[in-house]
Design a protein around this ligand. Structure first.
Ligand code: 5AD
Ligand code: SF4
Length: 439
């Protein structure tokens, strides 16, 4: 059967989509591109913020029509499936299956049961030793970059966040298993690996298996891997050993995604984040000292319950101090089951929007400054493909994660090349190969 997976949400979800695709292909199904031509449509969902949930329900409206017209098999997977459990069949009675994130390994079985006679499948167990964690998407990985899940779940219970409820408790994969998968990826030509987990810094906490920094050291020694990244880190769990890895492990890229969420200590405490703004800044300083030139990106929430002007100014100050290369910023939305949903002091939407737009406007300027500061430097670029905008241009990323577009031979695709940066823009850099004639 021809299947299409529609995906919402984070890199973890991108990878889960890859894994489901791989399981389906292993069972003889074929990946399609267009929902209208598909026999099976699977929607992999996210419920971290209200917007993601709204987008999902509006897509389901469209799919309901398709189902009526073409009898398309429909499945829902991921965090909304987990959050709603069996209730999802009341809300969306036309779907054939619903699988939580720890149950996506059952996707082929669910499709086949639906095809055999509209037998409905649902699975929402937390699955200790989760089989979903160890699926290797061997036939859907393309190109030179790959994700590897090293742990799942989160035990932090930040007061605004639904993840601990829908992704369950932390569970790490065995070090030997992760290393074997990366070796296999390297053999197949993957040169950049991103380790995935809701909270990678607590990988193997409380176990005598490899610690996170030890895992990074082992990966660093795998022949063929040139770049290593990881998401997402929690500031409170950045250990001195991890900081020491930056600038010493040759593959570990000079960039880190370190969500700060707020610059106000009062709000950070209400968020249950487990650090103060000065502790956050101390970690940033330690990382900068160990690895000059390291690029910081982050997540931040504005309009958290009780956030007043002073709290928001503290967030603006923190952003000014760190000078992030980029920040994903969101307006707080109340999520079911979370502690913050019960907090008083709702920020009026107009004020929250105003704060978000002030924050984003300033961050855009800082990002542009940081991109311009790269003009005149020579950087290593991993060429990912031809540029979307121009056929004779290539596009790739620096080790710090910035997009670089430059003229070059398509033979350079998938190669590591040195590029001179000639211009910094808001979202990308323009480069030139050093030996370009006529410079
Ligand atoms: N409201 C707004 N943003 C949220 N995030 C998580 N939960 C919420 C929420 N309830 C943001 C955080 C997190 C990112 C993945 O999504 O900034 O780091
Ligand atoms: Fe959510 Fe906090 Fe866990 Fe991140 S660390 S997934 S924000 S609970």
């Amino acid at each position: 059967m021809r299947f299409v997976i529609e995906n919402f949400g984070c890199q973890m979800n991108d990878h889960d989509m890859e894994k489901m695709g791989s399981v389906l292909i292993d069972h003889g199904h074929v990946a399609g591109k267009d929902i209208d031509d598909a026999d099976v449509v699977i929607v992999n969902t996210c419920c971290i913020r209200e917007k993601a949930e709204q987008k999902f329900y509006s897509l389901m409206g469209r799919l309901q029509h398709l189902r009526r017209k073409k009898e398309t098999i429909l499945g829902v997977t991921g965090c909304i499936a987990q959050q709603e459990k069996e209730n999802i069949f009341e809300r969306l009675p036309f779907i054939d299956f619903s699988l939580g994130p720890s149950n996506i390994h059952l996707v082929a079985e669910a499709v086949e049961k639906a095809a055999a006679g509209r037998i409905r499948t649902s699975a929402f167990g937390d699955n200790g030793g989760s089989p979903s964690l160890v699926i290797r998407p061997h036939n859907t990985r393309r190109g030179i970059k790959g994700y590897v899940t090293i742990m799942k779940g989160c035990d932090n219970f930040c007061s605004y966040c639904v993840v601990p409820y829908v992704r369950g408790r932390e569970e790490s994969r065995k070090g030997t298993d992760v290393l074997a998968e990366i070796r296999e990826m390297a053999e197949r030509g993957i040169v950049e690996v991103t380790l995935l987990g809701q909270n990678v810094n607590s990988y193997n906490n409380g176990s005598d298996d490899l610690s996170f920094p030890e895992l990074l050291c082992e990966i660093d020694a795998i022949p063929g891997i040139s770049r290593l990244r990881f998401v997402t880190s929690h500031p409170k769990d950045i250990s001195p050993d991890l900081i020491a890895c930056f600038g010493t492990l040759k593959t570990l890229c000079e960039s880190i995604h370190l969500p700060f969420q707020s610059g106000s200590d009062r709000i950070l405490a209400l968020m249950n984040r487990g650090y103060t703004s000065s502790e956050y800044l101390a970690r940033v300083e330690a990382l900068k000292e160990q690895c000059p030139g390291i690029a910081f990106t982050a997540d931040c929430i504005v309009g958290f319950p009780g956030e007043d002007d002073e709290d928001f100014e503290a967030t603006m100050r923190l952003m000014e101090t760190v000078r992030f290369d980029g920040v994903f910023s969101f307006i707080y939305s109340a999520r079911r089951s979370t502690a913050a949903a019960l907090l008083p002091g709702r920020v009026p939407p107009a004020i929250a929007h105003e704060r978000l737009s002030r924050f984003q406007k300033r961050q855009r300027v800082i990002t542009l400054d940081s991109n311009r500061a790269m003009e005149g430097t020579r950087v290593e670029v991993l060429v990912e493909g031809q540029s979307k905008n121009s056929a004779d241009e290539l596009s790739g990323r620096t080790r710090t994660g910035k997009i670089v577009n430059f003229k070059g031979d398509p033979g350079l695709v998938y190669k590591l090349v040195e590029v001179d940066i000639i211009k910094g823009y808001a979202n990308s850099l323009r480069g030139e190969l050093p030996d370009t004639p006529g410079r």
